[in-house]
Structures are given as C-alpha cells and as structure tokens.
Design a protein around this ligand. Sequence first.
Ligand SMILES: C[S@@+](CC[C@H](N)C(=O)[O-])C[C@H]1O[C@@H](n2cnc3c(N)ncnc32)[C@H](O)[C@@H]1O
Length: 223
Amino acid sequence: MNTPRVELITSSDGSHSLYHRELNETYHSKHGALQESKYVYIQQGIHTLLPKNTIDVIEVGFGTGLNALLTYKWALEHDVLVRYTTIEPFPVSLATVQQLNYSALTEVQESIFTALHESAFNTNIELHSNFILFKYSKLLEDLSLPKESFDICFFDAFAPSKQPDMWSTSNFSMLYTALRKEGILVTYCAQGNFKRTLQQIGYRVEAIKGPPFKKEMTKACKS
Ligand SMILES: C[S@@+](CC[C@H](N)C(=O)[O-])C[C@H]1O[C@@H](n2cnc3c(N)ncnc32)[C@H](O)[C@@H]1O
C-alpha cells in the first residue's frame, strides 16, 4: 500500500482536510470539510435510516476517517449498532492523521480517532458495543463485496474529473448488488452523467439540496 503525498489544509469552517498532490485534489470541500461530511453522509445519509437499530455501512474511500468518526459519534448518540465497512487502498500516515483537528471539533476522544486509523485491515474490530469497524485494503474494483449486505453506501471517491474509473458502471453495479433492497447510496457528486449511470443500473435517483456552496448532492435508492 502506497502512502499518498498529502498536505494539511484548513477549510472554510475551520476543519482540516488534505490536499492530494498528484491528483491536485482535496479530500473534502474547501468550503467546509466537517460541514460537508456531516450534511451529506450523516444528515442526508445514515440519519434518514432511523428508526433502524442496526445499520450496515459500506464506505468507498476511508481517507482521513472523518465520515467514520462522525458515524461513530452518531451511532452512540442514537444507540444504533453500526457495522462500518470501509475501503482504503492508500491509507494516510499516522503522522498526518495526528495533525487533523477532527477529534477536537467532534468532541470524540482522540484515542478513538487514532484507533479508527490504527485498526488492522481485513478483520472486524469492535471499537464500541455500538460500532464495529472493518477496513478493506484492496481497490474497490478488485473487491467482491457480499451481496445484499449493506443498508447504505457512502460513496466518497475523488471527483469524476480526477479519478474517472472510480465512477464506472461496473463499480456502481457491484455496489447495487451489495446493497439490500431499499438500501441507499449518498455522495456529494451531482453530475448528470453519473446520475444517468445510476439510473441505467436501476437505482432510483434523487437530486437533493447540497451542502453550503453546492447546489445539489445525490441520493440513490435500490428498488
Ligand atoms: C475524497 S477521498 C475520501 C474522503 C474520506 N471519506 C474522508 O472522510 O476523508 C477519496 C479516497 O478514496 C481512496 N481511493 C483511491 N482509489 C481508490 C480505489 N480504487 N478504491 C477505493 N478507494 C480508493 C483514496 O485513497 C482516498 O482516501
């Protein structure tokens, strides 16, 4: 696994993010990393699945671990069991992780944030009775995900203009198969081509209001 060459940046809401040098791309919106993750993946994502009491998440792109940390906090607050499966073939270094201000901003202990990153890959790790983590170290396209096993997909890859292969029909077909019926996929991306790809596969696609400074985001449901 190659460690990506990244630089720490501060987004407009004061939360950190990372800038990926080779892709010339940031891990989150520059207008507010924390704001974007909270809105897209928590508020418009997992929170809409209540009153379920057990939720299986599949995240594409663990990255800084911000979505995982916010989901951990949400799971405890709502007393929901979250089994959080995430994919990250290029983990950031612990030295970089330790500079991120997420534990202070979310008020979740630093030890939990560090544990999200330090936990072994390819095995279940119970970080709390409400939160079980499983991290895949392979590329999404090389995985064979279990069928009908997830309630929600957090699709948080780099933008289609930077990593077009990640937004392929084959990847979204595989995720469709991995989702349970009425399972949802949420992402910050609202591109027309991407939404058409989802529709061709069979997802019901909804364009919903985006986070601050972004007109729309996408929510898609397995029929
Ligand atoms: C936009 S960033 C993720 C942001 C992340 N969710 C966070 O909260 O920091 C995209 C992530 O996808 C990962 N990635 C790149 N290629 C991938 C692939 N083929 N399969 C799965 N993940 C990939 C990158 O290493 C990066 O961490």
